[in-house]
Design a binder for this molecule. Structure first.
Ligand code: FAD
Length: 498
């Protein structure tokens, strides 16, 4: 292994194994390598990134999973702490327009990043005033400032978290948490126009939750998009993975691909190492970036299982069609939403009935708008996604066939086109595949859902309270799913180990 000159040689050189090269596993490897640990990452797939990966089909490149990038400074920080200039390796730009929102009545709302401009757009095209929008965004910011760091930057499973300054500040403002209403009830009380209620309810889906169940506290999410910003990496979302993977390699992290871990070896309540298909290897510490439910059920079969935590309801999953489209649509942007007419029914179908409504909200992401070489000239790469239930054994082939037909009819209606004729190639990702490609429990995108007010406290901790030397990072544990929170979990783990 090459010696990293930037390493802190005062720290002990103990060995750490990381199971999984998802974004949290890579970030954790970078942090631990910087602290002087000798890190090996074992990845079942042939490539790094887990859900944050890409495919190329017939000249069209698609980011397979995440498409929305917020909090880029979490990525930058990994370069700076490694003594490198992030902009030399990873470039991104802030979006001027966060999203195009299409409604069935013909309304098109441009969600300008500049909040005053967005508020004017809303005032022009809906029944709500610009001041209502601006005060919603101010409220969102205040929720985030009150709770964001407390719930996302530190372990909620260490007493000292609750004795820090920001914790006391939060206790003094308990009434402002908005824990006791749902997101929908809060938004319906704030906005007159159902279009705005729907738009702001949509933020529940940013962590795979249901706006009709999730607490109104999650109304802090729009703050990240409008006040902090939505971004696009110049080389596509997958460059988050590749640039961090390359950084980890420069720091001397050893990656073993095509190497599924079969067991975490434990003796006398202490981690001893890992069992691989061909060998048993010793390590001082083990970090699992594999979904925590799968970690217990597959790698820790003879250990006590924290059933209550593992059985918490999971987030929604996704059905995605990756279409090469032989036309350019000037009315579309990087992020586009085609709203359903009945949002409540749509979420009831996903979370309660575990199936898919005939009129789903359709999200179309087109990276070739910002990165033209993602599609041949005169064409676009469409990532067409709907929220779907997690995998509880549904007849997915029938559901997918029906959803495909409904999506095409909706896009034809709302864009006045015949999209089927324009599809040059197609790939599909569904909950079963998400589960089999990444070991994600039930194919959930974000681990546990946040559909109840205690969800933040019912995620597994970033360490094991029962097995010494065992840690957990990634979207299925504290603080939750999505790239920024996964990066945060990596930091909590590395700090805990150190
Ligand atoms: P994962 O990506 O879950 O990877 C875990 C890794 O562990 C995998 O590579 C797997 O192969 C490996 N592994 C599992 N078991 C073993 C084993 N036994 N041995 C070795 N390796 C193993 N987030 C956003 O921020 N913005 C978005 O717009 C967004 N959209 C999304 C859309 C989709 C379709 C999906 C699927 C996710 C989306 N997310 C989004 C969520 C985000 O992708 C995830 O929260 C995040 O990437 C999860 O990273 P992770 O570190 O938990 O690991």
């Amino acid at each position: 292994m090459p010696e990293n000159p930037k390493r802190n040689h005062t720290a002990p050189l103990s060995t750490v194994a990381i199971i999984g090269a998802g974004i949290a596993g890579i970030a954790c490897a970078i942090r631990l390598a910087n602290k002087g640990y000798k890190v090996t990452v074992f990845e079942a797939n042939a490539y790094p990134g887990g859900k944050l990966s890409e495919i190329t089909v017939n000249g069209y490149r698609f980011d397979m999973g995440p498409s929305l990038f917020t909090m880029p400074h979490y990525v930058d920080e990994l370069f700076t702490l490694s003594g490198e200039n992030p902009s030399h390796y990873f470039q991104y730009q802030r979006l001027q327009v966060n999203c195009h929102y299409f409604y069935e009545d013909g309304t098109l709302l441009h969600a300008y990043a500049e909040k005053e401009k967005f508020a004017e757009e809303v005032a022009r095209k809906t029944e709500d005033s610009s001041s209502t929008v601006l005060s919603a965004l101010t409220h969102s910011a205040s929720l985030y400032h009150l709770l964001g760091d407390l719930f996302t930057q530190r372990s909620l499973h260490r007493w000292k978290t609750f004795f820090q300054k920001d914790a006391f500040r939060a206790y003094l403002s308990l009434g402002k948490f908005d824990f006791f209403r749902t997101m929908h009830v809060a938004n319906a009380a704030r906005f007159k126009d159902p279009k705005l209620v729907q738009l702001f309810n949509r933020y529940a889906t940013y962590n795979g939750s249901d706006p009709y169940q999730t607490p109104a506290t999650l109304n802090m999410i729009p703050h990240l998009e409008f006040n902090v910003g939505a971004f696009f990496p110049s080389n596509g979302m997958y460059s988050i993975t590749t640039s961090l993977y390359e950084l980890a390699c420069r720091l001397g992290v050893n990656f073993k691909f095509n190497t599924p871990v079969e067991k975490i070896v434990v003796n006398k309540k202490k981690v001893q190492g890992l069992q691989l298909p061909t060998a048993i290897l010793s390590f001082d510490k083990v970090v699992s970036n594999m979904d925590v439910v799968s970690t217990y059920k597959k790698l820790l079969t003879s250990q006590p299982q924290p059933h209550r935590l593992l059985n918490q309801p999971k987030s929604s999953s996704a059905l995605i069609f990756y279409w090469g489209i032989q036309q350019v649509f000037p009315q579309l942007d990087l992020h586009n939403i085609f709203f359903s007419n009945n949002y409540q029914r749509e979420f009831d179908r996903i979370f309660n009935k575990k199936d898919i409504d005939d009129d789903p909200t359709v999200y179309v992401n087109i990276t070739s708008k910002y990165k033209p070489d993602d599609a041949p000239e005169g064409c676009e790469n469409w990532f067409v996604m709907i929220n779907v239930p997690n995998n509880t054994g549904q007849d997915w082939d029938s559901l997918i066939a029906a959803a495909r037909k409904n999506i095409i009819e909706k896009l034809n209606r709302m864009l006045q086109t015949d999209i089927e004729k324009l599809i040059a190639c197609e790939e599909i990702l569904d909950p079963r595949l998400i589960e089999s490609k990444t070991s994600s429990s039930l194919g959930a995108l974000y681990g546990n859902s946040s559909n109840n007010k205690y969800a933040a406290f019912l995620r597994h901790a970033n360490f094991s309270g029962k097995i010494k030397g065992l840690y957990f990072c990634g979207g299925s544990v504290h603080p939750g799913g999505g790239i920024p929170l996964c990066l945060s979990s990596a930091k909590i783990v590395a700090d805990n180990i150190a």
